[in-house]
Design a protein around this ligand. Structure first.
Ligand code: OAD
Length: 251
């Protein structure tokens, strides 16, 4: 029987418009903990108390202290890992067109992917709740909690909190590229948060092959994924790329 990774390499080496849907798991090997599962952030703190927009607006100081401040420290030093690099290699081989990411860490762009849809916004920027001015997260003064804009208004990250809408352009483009892709790589997502988790269903419904990379099974694994590859993205992606290059020796 052909090994699943070889089978996935067969499919991808012939694909021309693959799309990746990524989640927190792809950044685990960059030192950023996931939300769910082993070592997940939501095991330690209740997301409804720190990641819901109502919680933030009720008590921004607590949400900054419990969540956003630590996130800033982590993301300031995080660098792409072989999982991210594998997606850049796939783009350079002309196989991968777009990355849809639920992550706000900017690591796909840092690695070098050129078309990244940030489904849940990004952490690189903050907006003032009063004057709406944008400020780079790297320039935020953390000595006062919650941090404030020069106008005195409270700053919030440009990320989607629970209870908020997905940015319109990100949602529409994600649906469009999912419907048009010939293969979808679903990497490091628990596939429990909607509407991101619908993208593999849209892709499959339109004839794409679904390749899933995750050390644990997810709700997609038995019903939607055609090729589940069990393991961490940082070890599976280099093996997958090696198998693809063997099939395309000139690239
Ligand atoms: P989760 O934390 O829900 O799931 C992470 C997934 O990554 C799990 O299925 C793990 O098994 C898997 N994983 C762990 N280590 C891995 C590795 N080395 N390689 C590959 N996979 C690995 O993360 P998301 O699905 O991204 O939303 O969560 C979706 C959304 O829920 C997030 O964007 C965030 C969160 O609450 C908002 O903040 C709006």
């Amino acid at each position: 029987m052909i090994e699943p990774i070889e089978h996935a390499a067969d499919i991808l080496s012939k694909a021309k418009s693959a799309v990746a849907l990524t989640g927190a798991g792809i950044s685990v090997e960059s030192g950023i903990p996931p939300f769910r599962g082993k070592g997940g952030l939501w095991e330690k703190i209740d997301p409804m108390k720190v990641a819901h927009i109502d919680a933030f607006l009720d008590d921004p100081e607590t949400v900054w202290k419990l969540l956003i401040k630590d996130m800033k420290t982590l993301l300031d030093t995080a660098r792409p890992n072989p999982g991210h690099i594998g997606l850049v290699d796939l783009e350079r081989l002309g196989i991968l067109k777009t990355v849809i990411t639920q992550n706000v860490d900017g690591l796909h762009q840092m690695a070098g992917n050129s078309d990244v849809i940030e489904f849940h916004g990004n952490f690189a920027w903050q907006s003032c709740l009063d004057c709406n001015q944008s400020i780079k997260t790297s320039q935020v003064d953390l000595t006062q909690m919650p941090p404030r804009c020069s106008c005195g208004g409270i700053l919030r990250p440009d990320c989607v909190f629970f209870g908020e809408m997905i940015p319109h352009d990100a949602l529409i483009r994600s649906q469009r590229v999912s419907a048009a892709c010939d293969a979808m790589l679903v990497i490091g997502t628990s596939a429990l948060v909607q509407p991101a988790a619908t993208m593999p269903l849209i892709a499959k419904d339109n004839g794409a092959v679904i390749i899933e990379i995750n050390p644990e099974p997810t709700p997609l694994t038995s019903r939607i994924s055609d090729l589940p590859l069990l393991g961490g993205a940082g070890s599976i992606m280099p093996r997958l790329l090696k198998a693809i290059r063997r099939r395309r020796p000139s690239t």
